[in-house]
Design a protein around this ligand. Structure first.
Ligand SMILES: Nc1ncnc2c1ncn2[C@@H]1O[C@H](COP(=O)(O)OP(=O)(O)O)[C@@H](O)[C@H]1O
Ligand SMILES: [Mg+2]
Length: 159
C-alpha cells in the first residue's frame, strides 16, 4: 500500500502526471473518492502526461470519453451506472484491446466487474482544505512488478 498527500489541485495534477509515466497499453487505473475529492483533477494531470491536448472534463453526463495522446486515453465515470446492466454494457476490456489506457472514476463501484488487474487509487480529504490523501494499491500480476516504481514515483508527495 502506497500513500501520498497533495496540497493543491496542481499538486494532484503532478501526481497524475507521475502515474501516467508508469502505464502501458491496456492498463486500467481506478479512481475512487467522494465528489470533489480530486478524481477529475488527477485525470487532468494523467492526460497531460500522456500528451493529451484536449481539455479533460468530467465525464459525468457521458459515460466514456476518448482522448488522443501518446496512448489513447479512455476516461470513464461509473457513478451514473445505476445497475449492473449498465456496467456490463460498458465494455472496457474491448476498448482496452485497441491499446488504450483506461482511467475510471468511482472505480470501486465497477471494480467487481473488471479484470482483476488494475491500479487502485483512493482519494480522501486531508486535514487542511486543500489536502488530499492518496492510498494506492497495485492489484493483480499485471501491476505487481510495478509496485516499487509506483512507490518511488509517489515519494515526491510524502504523508
Ligand atoms: N489537493 C487537491 N487535489 C485535488 N483537487 C483539489 C485539491 N485541493 C483543492 N482541490 C479542488 O477540489 C476539487 C476537486 O474536484 P474534482 O477533481 O472534480 O473532484 P471529483 O472528480 O473527485 O469529483 C477542485 O475544485 C479542485 O480545485
Ligand atoms: Mg469527477
Amino acid at each position: 500500500m502506497i500513500t501520498a498527500v497533495t496540497k493543491s489541485a496542481e499538486d494532484t495534477r503532478g501526481l497524475g502526471e507521475a502515474l501516467s509515466r508508469l502505464v502501458k497499453p491496456g492498463d486500467i487505473v481506478l479512481l475512487s473518492g467522494d465528489l470533489g475529492a480530486g478524481k477529475t483533477t488527477l485525470a487532468q494531470g494523467f492526460a497531460r502526461g500522456l500528451g493529451v491536448t484536449d481539455q479533460i472534463v468530467s465525464p459525468t453526463f457521458v459515460l466514456v470519453r476518448l482522448y488522443r495522446g501518446r496512448l489513447p486515453l479512455i476516461h470513464a465515470d461509473a457513478y451514473r451506472m445505476d445497475n449492473l446492466d449498465e456496467v456490463t454494457d460498458f465494455d472496457l476490456p474491448e476498448l482496452l484491446d485497441e491499446g488504450g489506457v483506461a482511467l475510471v472514476e468511482w472505480g470501486d463501484v465497477i471494480a467487481p466487474t473488471l479484470p482483476a488487474d488494475y491500479l487502485d487509487v483512493a482519494i480522501e480529504l486531508g486535514e487542511a482544505d486543500d489536502d488530499r490523501r492518496f492510498t494506492i494499491r497495485t492489484v493483480g500480476p499485471r501491476w505487481a512488478p510495478r509496485a516499487a516504481a509506483v512507490g518511488a514515483a509517489m515519494e515526491r508527495w510524502p504523508l
